[in-house]
Design a protein around this ligand. Sequence first.
Ligand code: GTP
Ligand code: SPV
Ligand code: MN
Length: 593
Amino acid sequence: MEKLTSNKSILNWIEEKVDLVKPDEIVWIDGSQEQLEALREQACKSGEIKKLNEEKLPGCYIHRTAVNDVARVEHRTFICTSDKEQAGPTNNWMAPEEGYDLVYSIAKDSYKGRTMYVIPYSMGPIGSPLAKAGIELTDSIYVVLNMAIMTRVDKKVLDVLGDSDDWVRGLHCRCDIDEEKRYICHFPEDNTIISVNSGYGGNVLLGKKCFALRIASYQGKNEEWMAEHMLILGIENPRGEVKYICAAFPSACGKTNLAMLIPPETYKKKGYKVWCVGDDIAWIRKGEDGRLYAINPEYGFFGVAPGTNEKSNPNALKSVRKNTIFTNVVHNLEDNTVWWEGLDKNPPQNAIDWKGNKWNGKESDVTGAHPNSRFTAPATNCPCISDEFENLKGVPISAIVFGGRRAKLAPLVYQSKDWDHGVFVGSIMASETTAAAAGAVGVVRRDPMAMLPFCGYNMADYWQHWIDIGKTLDPDKAPKIFNVNWFRKDEDGKFMWPGFGDNLRVLDWIIDRCEGNVEAQETEIGFLPKAQDINIEGIEDEVNIGSLEKMLNIDASLWREEAKGIEEFYSKFGDRMPSALNKSLKDLKENLK
Ligand code: GTP
Ligand code: SPV
Ligand code: MN
C-alpha cells in the first residue's frame, strides 16, 4: 500500500517496528470515511464490534473489552527516563534500556497473521502552533476507529509535519491481553510510548493520556507550556461576553459533566449559556497579549457512561446519539440499543451485560454496565460545542479550578491568595478513588492537579514549572485559582450540594471574583464566599443559607490532620520541593494553630 509520507524519521521508525512485530500487512490510515467504513464492516464481521440499531443510534457500535482489561492500570504504567529522579517518587520507573528490552520481548512477532495500522494524527487543530503530531501503530481496528473519533486523523497531519522529527511515536500491541504482561511504557526523552497486552481506551488510545498528558507534560516543561488534566468551558453572560475556565478534577470526578452543563432555569432565563471547548485535557500557553490560552488537543469525548442521563448531562446524551462507539455497556437485545446504570429506571430485560453474559435488568443483582464503561463520541456532536473549539490560538483563561471528591474537609469553593498559593492549592488536592483506574474505589489519595497518574516527570519539578509559568505572567493577567468540592456529604452520607447544572452557581461566584464584583472572607485556607453570595434562587427546597454555611465550614482539626498528610506527601520529594510550596504549607499550619 502507498505510504502517506516520505518523512525519513517516520519511515525508518515504522520499518524498525515492522521488523520487530512482523505484521502480514501494513495499512496506512488516511482518515477517509470510505476507509473507516470498510474497517467498521470488517470489525463487525470478526465480532470485534457490533452495529447498533441504525434508526435509533445511526453509525453507532458496541464493543466489549476482555473482563480483565476495563480500566487504566497505574501499577503497570512506567516512565522510563535515564535518571530515576526525573520520574520522581510518584511514578513507576524503569531505565529506558530495561523498558525497551521488556516491551520489545513481549511485542516481538506479535503482529504475525495480523495487520499493522499506521495512524497519523494531530493533537490539536491541524496547523495550530499549539498542536502536535503523532503516529500510532496498532493491530486493533477498535483502536483505529476510536482514534479517528478522539483525534484528528488525516493525511494533512503528515503534510504539515514535512521532514520534521517532532512527532510522538506510539506502538500498541494487543498480544494476548495478558494482565501479567501488560505494560504501558513512556520514554519522554525519545517521544515514545509502547503499550502491550491491553485493549482498554486509556491504555491504548495513545494520543490521550499517554501523549497528551504524560509525554506532553514533559515537552511542556522544556518548551514553556503546560499539559493539564482539565476541561475547558466558556460561560456566556447575558451581555454576550464569554469567560473561559479550565478545571482539573481526577478521573470520574465530573469534568465531562461540568464541561457540558446546562444552566439552571433562573440562569437560562437571564440569558446565560455554557459552551464546551474540552472535557478532559487542556494544553495551555501564554499568548501574545500576556494571557494564558488553552486548546483542547482532543477531537472527541471518551466519557464515563454510568450516571449519564437526561437530567445529569443531556448534552452528553445527545452527543452519543450518532457515530459513537460504546464500550462495556449493556447491550439491549430488545431493540439493539445500549443501556447503563443511571440512564433511566427501565433496565432492559433481555440483554447482554459488560461481561458478555445474558442479563435481565429487573432480576439481576449484578450491574449490567461496568462502572468504567465509556462512550467515544465526536466532539462536534455536542449541542453546546464552543465556536472556538477549532480556534488555532485557543481561548483566554480567566480562572483555573481544582477539585476532587471529599466527603468531608474541602469546602464547596475557595479561592487562593495568589498564583503561587494557587499552585499550593492544586498540589494539596486529594480525592476518593474511582473505577477509572484498576484498584480499590473510595479511598482518599493525594492527587495533585488531578495529575498523579499522568505527570510524565518528577511532580516536584512539575510544581516548580507551574511556579515558573506564573513568574512570566503579569498578576493582572494571570488566571485566578480556585478549589471546589461538589461531593461534600452530610451526617447521613448524602451529598449536600445538588451539583451538575447547579454547579454554574459556584462558577458564577468564581467569575465574579475574577472581575472584582464580589467580596470574600479571608480564612485559614484562602478566600471563601459569604453564604449569601452563592445564588440559590430556584433551589431553596434543596439548599439554604444554613446548609451552605455547613458546606463552607472549615473544620480546623480536620485541616490540621490534612496538613500532616500533606507534609508527609511533600517529604517524599526531598529538596526538590519548591520553596514557595513549603512556605504555603508552613503558613497553613500557622493559620490553623
Ligand atoms: P474521566 O473521563 O475519567 O476523566 O472523568 P470525568 O472527570 O470527566 O467525570 P464525569 O463527568 O464523567 O463524572 C463521573 C461521575 O461523577 C459520574 O457518575 C457523574 O454522575 C458524577 N458527577 C459528575 N458531576 C457531579 C456533581 O456535580 N455532583 C455529583 N454528586 N456527582 C457528579
Ligand atoms: C481518565 O481515566 O481520566 C479518563 C479515561 O479520561 S482514560 O482514557 O481511560 O484515561
Ligand atoms: Mn480523564
